[in-house]
Design a protein around this ligand. Sequence first.
Ligand SMILES: [Zn+2]
Length: 427
Amino acid sequence: MPAARVWGRLLGVNAAVVESVEFDEDGQVLVAAVRVRRRDRDRCGVCSRRCPRYDPGRGRRRWRALDLGTVQAFVEADASRVRCREHGVVVSAVPWARHGTGHTRAFDDTVAWLATATSRSTVRQLMRIAWPTVGSIITRVRADIDARVDRLAGLRRIGIDEISYKKNHRYLTVVVDHDTGRLVWAAAGNDKPTLAAFFELLGADRCARITHVSADAAAWIARTVEQYCPDAIRCADPFHVVKWATDALDQVRRQTWNTARRQPGGSHKDRRGRTASAGPAQGMKRARWALWKNPENLTDHQRHKLAWIAKTDPRLYRAYLLKEGLRHVFAVGGQTGKEALRRWLSWAVRCRIPEFVKLSRTIRSELSAIHASLDHGLSNALIESTNTKIRLLTRLAFGFKHPNALISLALLALGGYRPELPDRTHT
Ligand SMILES: [Zn+2]
């Protein structure tokens, strides 16, 4: 095989002609001078249509390619401009990179794959790029996938949710497919116009095929769904109902902790003079995770902690059992779940814990929506895991200036169409 073809394959520029490969002046990075083949020449960077050449543009341009071993590599070529009938004067297309970018397609795809698979610092250090650059790369990789696939095809049962992604009450509205567990759509904002944009995109025909919509109790969601899918059954999102119980439990835990702290021996000053919990109060503070986690995921230590709570604080333990009881309702679902919910309600209303008495009233007011979700077997595990994953991603996405990057990351990771590593078709 001629050396030029070997280099072409190594650099991910198969479709071009490699003219020379050299280290740059400092001897630090490898630069491959390449030229576009005749059949790929003078095409519009946006639509790839063949167009008349306009001018030589701004001369030579460089694209960052994947490292070769430990050495950074760049592809260099002329970047002439063409005049497209539709897009005007634009830089002509190159087969190895997306339009208007400074990285090769193989580099982009590798970054997108890594961003959905590993930590922020790993991507930055391994690929030697800044985090905002990762944001731009995943946004264009997602746009590429969106042009190929229809994320909204075949939707029947959907869940709508709002997720806070920054302080100061910035929210995303997200839509998941209950049947596949995929995230299918997301946009910045949490109001009627934001959600209406989703239904407009879906179109009247496909709106009519939506049979079930789950959501929390937000009025703007209910009103928008009513307008676009009047025949769909509204279900309570099990994730939110269980979260109400978790929140109530947390309020009870905090009261218990504050009371314990104020008792003699409940706190002491640490070396820096700050007040720290001691004795039972300290134990209670650390109980948070044991109370929150699902019992099947508890560590031995957390199990002991729960046993300790049961002994020392029956009221808090009762609150814990009430939370678990409600989770059980959705775990079993169907008629058994409805029966369990009926028993739960009569227990909660008499439990003498104001937070749970209040919760039982909220649940009564949402009863038909909750019954609908038990009847139609909306899996809480699925929604909960999608929710948890999106919330983890929002943390990863700090540092992205625009919510678009976060949305792209979420769609790439949870949308069912994962970015592919370059040149893997044969393995
Ligand atoms: Zn064009």
